[in-house]
Design a binder for this molecule. Structure first.
Ligand code: FAD
Length: 358
């Protein structure tokens, strides 16, 4: 049996562990500094919305395409996973139209007038003019999902435990230490590196192309009739306007910011005010059109999306004689690409196993 040690218990590490553990010939341990239940600036996954709103361009869409059927099935058939079906509305502001046409960024992928992902959702439709808020040129709607990470991450841990995966709290200084160190009686034949933004600091990896994309949010008790996101804001290019109601009483996440290179862990209350104002402007039904003071705040939050200059790193390499499969750098799409990426992790692990057994 190959011994596989996964570093990281965010959505990337847990989904990798879950899919790998379906093959009972794998012997798997997850080692992590942070576990579901923790709220920490070095742990992105609990802070996510999280919804499925494709961000890739068509050529790079394989991770999201592969993930959608998994999340849809969980939302439809596995209520205990903490994922529910929810409509998603995308609004293209008149003032952003030219920029969206010109640029080729994640934002322009999301707001493409004729996106590749329309074929993914059988209920995709363009919004009628009468359905568009003030200042919006066009928009679309499709049935998507919203994940409640507070329930979903522990659910993943539970699925892994049922398949025999063991979990260990530990900060790994250098990947090679797992080669010699016995975790739960096993020494790693293969390591999966799912350390997110901390791949910057992990010995043997030290990926200095990783950078934070700061996301500030407000969680409220108010319920949104649908998820909504706008193509821009009047408050600056590093601000965003989106909202989504998490499954199973998880509250509604109002976002947010997209602050590249900003490591600040504490919420900025003037930004929070802007976030709340934008949300009620876009979806007045959130407070029955009674305004921002009728938002019932649960908490303010900040998470750092794990950005990487060349995009996600999904590949294998040998570090100090041990095989490492990297799965990090998912920026703002870690959940919606999680199963596609974990399938690739399994492919890479399977390509190493015959060598690792020698
Ligand atoms: P992390 O969740 O950061 O996990 C890293 C793990 O590695 C942790 O367990 C950590 O303790 C461990 N670790 C790191 N270094 C070490 C070490 N040296 N030793 C031991 N353990 C270590 N994505 C979506 O798909 N949809 C959304 O709607 C969405 N919304 C978002 C909103 C916000 C505000 C934010 C911040 C993010 C959002 N994202 C969304 C992005 C998503 O949250 C991330 O892409 C994803 O959580 C990254 O997961 P990860 O497992 O790679 O990293």
């Amino acid at each position: 049996m190959p011994n596989i040690v996964i570093i990281g218990a965010g959505v990337s590490g847990l989904t990798s562990a879950y899919l790998l553990s379906k093959d009972r010939s794998n012997h798997i341990a997850v080692v992590a500094k942070h576990m579901p239940g923790d709220l920490d600036i070095d742990y992105a996954s609990p802070w996510a919305g999280a919804n499925f709103m494709p961000m890739s361009a068509k050529p790079g869409s394989r991770w999201e395409r592969a993930t959608w059927p998994y999340l849809k099935r969980l939302a439809t058939h596995v209520p205990e996973a903490g994922i529910h079906l929810q409509r998603c509305r995308l609004y293209r502001r008149r003032k952003d139209e030219e920029k969206l046409e010109r640029d080729s960024t994640m934002l322009s992928n999301v707001f493409a007038a004729d996106p590749w992902y329309r074929e993914l959702f059988d209920d995709y439709r363009n919004l009628e003019r009468s359905e568009l808020p003030e200042g919006i040129a066009s928009g679309c709607e499709f049935g998507s999902v919203c994940i409640n990470p507070v329930l979903y991450l522990p659910w993943l841990v539970g699925q892994c435990r049922a398949n025999g995966v063991t979990f260990h709290r530990k900060t790994v200084a250098h990947v090679s230490e797992l080669r010699h160190l016995s975790v739960d009686g096993i020494k790693a034949d293969i390591i999966v590196n799912a350390t997110g933004l901390s791949a910057r600091k992990l010995g043997g990896v030290l990926d200095d192309t990783m950078y934070p994309i700061r996301g500030q949010t407000v969680v409220v008790r108010n319920v949104a009739p649908y998820m909504a996101v706008e193509s821009g804001t009047n408050d600056g290019d590093d601000q965003a306007n989106y909202l989504m109601t998490r499954a199973v009483g998880g509250g509604t996440i109002l976002g947010g910011t997209l602050q590249i290179g900003n490591w600040e862990s504490q919420p900025d209350l003037s930004i929070a005010n802007q976030i709340m104002q934008r949300a009620v402007n876009l979806v007045p039904a959130l407070t029955d059109s009674k305004g921002i003071e009728h938002l019932d705040v649960v908490r303010h939050g900040v998470g750092l999306r794990p950005g990487r200059e060349a995009g996600v790193r999904l590949e294998k390499e040998q570090i100090d004689g041990v095989w490492v499969v990297h799965n990090y750098g998912h920026a703002g799409w870690g959940y919606q690409g999680s199963y596609g990426c974990a399938e690739e992790v399994a492919n890479l692990v399977n390509s190493i196993i015959p060598v690792a057994k020698l």
